[in-house]
Ligand binder design. Structure first.
Ligand code: SAM
Ligand code: DTB
Ligand code: SF4
Length: 350
């Protein structure tokens, strides 16, 4: 195992090294992750991000976890792309609630060229509010990635979702290679890459090793790594599988381990405790923050699934002594001194 300094960036991690991290005694692993976290980030600050589904449902892809796939019987209704003014209104509300990051998601295999003008207006409008922008619209061509960069998009989210070995059991309509090509287009356009995946889909420890290994050995670490716990949705292949085999549900200790290993192997990245917080205790979330998670999605909804609300998150932060993070260092042109309103709320309460 490596004795490298806590801020050393390595892209040559082996699966054996990553497996050895997962195998550490739990408190030893979390302690090491906390050391790396403290050397690279403000340990008691967590970013508040808001998600908005700008185009819901009716997606042709067959991702086995997703309520928005036409192949799922989840009852999610398909909508058209939301208008620019409604998106900006929702972004303003998010800023008001203290979010410094606004993520817009569309249930598409890929954006069509005719959608790009509206998408670009959304990026420009949200950015003008001083928030960090992220979009997740499916696969991107190099040209579309350049257009989004030009519009000022800070991050593009496209998850690898799971290990290369497990991938084909989860999605058949696009390959892991397709996903890596999109990540390459985003990176080449000069945007920050946001890529992570889902744990708790009935995968093995070896799959979680392969998942982290794939991210940690990319040419550059994704600047942002969302770690989602599967939100089991009735009518999806994986949601139904989990309902039938409750033993497949990931336990909290293993979830925290995954966060810790992501933190140790990708020291400079934002590690985002994403979907699945609703079914986690405050203590499990606190362990995730200890192990290096430094961002959450707040608000009462993710894309289609319910989420813990703003007020309960601020109350949790207050109990844990965590401050909402101002804008992150990776979105260069946004005013770094902007204080989210959530901070003001907390300070007033002190
Ligand atoms: N359609 C685009 C795509 O898949 O590229 C963007 C939206 S998609 C919903 C974004 C990510 O959300 C997925 O890659 C997956 O990792 C995560 N996700 C979707 N449904 C989930 C669920 N039920 N539980 C946990 N994570 C989920
Ligand atoms: C990511 O990794 N997690 C977010 C974001 N990227 C777009 C999405 C979570 C979706 C959870 C299920 C839902 O709301 O439908
Ligand atoms: Fe479509 Fe994205 Fe859902 Fe897959 S995860 S079905 S691509 S919306």
């Amino acid at each position: 195992m490596t004795d490298a300094p806590h801020n050393a960036i390595r892209n040559d991690w082996t699966r054996e090294e990553i497996a050895a991290l997962f195998d550490l005694p739990f408190t030893e692993l979390v302690f090491r992750a906390a050391e790396v976290h403290r050397a690279n980030h403000k340990a008691n600050e967590v970013q508040l991000s808001t998600l908005l589904s700008i185009k819901t449902g009716g997606c042709q892809e067959d991702c086995g976890y997703c309520s928005q796939s036409v192949h799922a019987k989840s009852g999610v209704k398909a909508t058209k792309l939301m208008g620019v003014s409604e998106v900006l209104q929702r972004a303003a509300q998010a800023a008001d609630q203290g979010s410094t990051r606004f993520c817009m998601g569309a249930a598409w295999r890929n954006p069509k060229d005719r959608d790009m003008p509206a998408i670009i207006e959304m990026v420009k409008g949200v950015r003008a509010m001083g928030m960090e922008t992220c979009m997740t619209l499916g696969m991107l061509t190099a040209e579309q990635a350049d257009m989004l960069k030009e519009a000022g998009l800070d991050y593009y989210n496209h998850n690898i979702d799971t290990s290369p070995e497990r991938y084909d059991d989860v999605i058949t309509t696009r390959t892991m290679e397709d996903r890596l090509d999109t990540l390459s287009n985003v990176r080449m356009a000069g945007m920050n890459v946001c890529s992570g995946g889902i744990v708790g889909m009935g995968e093995t420890r070896a799959d979680r090793v392969g998942f982290v290994h794939t991210l940690a050995t990319l040419p550059d670490h994704p600047q942002s790594v969302p770690v989602n716990a599967l939100v089991p949705v009735k009518g999806t292949v994986l949601g139904d599988m989990l309902a039938d085999t409750p033993m497949a549900k990931i336990d909290d200790v293993e979830f925290v381990r995954t966060v810790a290993v992501a933190r140790i192997t990708m020291p400079g990245s934002m590690v985002r405790l994403s979907a699945g917080r609703e079914s986690m205790s405050e203590m499990t979330q606190a362990m995730c923050f200890m192990a290096g998670a430094n961002s959450i999605f707040t608000g009462d909804k993710l894309l289609t699934a319910p989420n813990a609300g703003d007020d309960s998150d601020l109350a949790m932060f207050e109990r844990l002594g965590i401050k909402p993070m101002a804008i992150t260092e990776t979105s260069a042109d946004v005013d770094a001194s902007r204080m989210p309103k959530g901070c003001a709320k907390l300070e007033a309460a002190e």
